[in-house]
Design a protein around this ligand. Structure first.
Ligand code: DQA
Length: 150
């Protein structure tokens, strides 16, 4: 059972980029945490980072048809990435939008997420833990797929 983890622009620089907002863990460390928790949950976690919106969309087009759930931190594309939003809207899987920082306590332009209306839900403000929390939720949703209740 494959779970995709997508990281948008500038997230490849975690660890050095603005640690007050994003913490000190690198993206590789976060991906490794997700891999190992995923293995415990019986999930194959496959991560991808790009600074380009089109590359994220291409990846979704290629990988989503064989995936069971998606975790995505769109970076600043959260606030204006309409092509990414449309791509996510067309995918009928559990999708969790993740933010390391609490986007609602920061600059006003970060308060709006254009992807929020087309994903299952959002986790914002718990640092690297936001991703781990998203994985637990996706695992739960995948396990419930096929059951008759919501
Ligand atoms: C972010 C928040 C965005 O506003 C910002 O552009 C990022 C990271 C977060 O994880 O807190 O790149 O998505």
């Amino acid at each position: 059972m494959k779970i995709l983890v997508l990281h948008g622009p500038n997230l490849g620089r975690l660890g050095v980029r603005d640690p007050a907002h994003y913490g000190v863990r690198t993206l590789a460390e976060i991906d490794a945490l997700l891999q190992s928790r995923g293995a415990e949950l019986g999930l194959q976690v496959q991560s991808f980072q790009s600074n380009a919106e089109g590359a994220l969309i291409d990846y979704l087009e290629l990988e989503a048809p064989t995936a069971r759930g998606i975790i995505i931190n769109p970076g600043a594309l959260t606030h204006y990435g309409l092509s990414l939003r449309d791509a996510l809207e067309s995918i009928h899987l559990p999708i969790v939008e993740v933010h390391l920082s609490n986007i609602y306590t920061r600059e006003e332009f970060r308060h709006r997420s254009v992807v929020a209306p087309v994903v299952t839900g959002q986790i914002s403000g718990f640092g690297w833990r936001s991703y781990l929390c998203a994985l637990e939720l996706v695992a739960q949703l995948v396990a419930e797929t096929g059951q008759t209740h919501n």
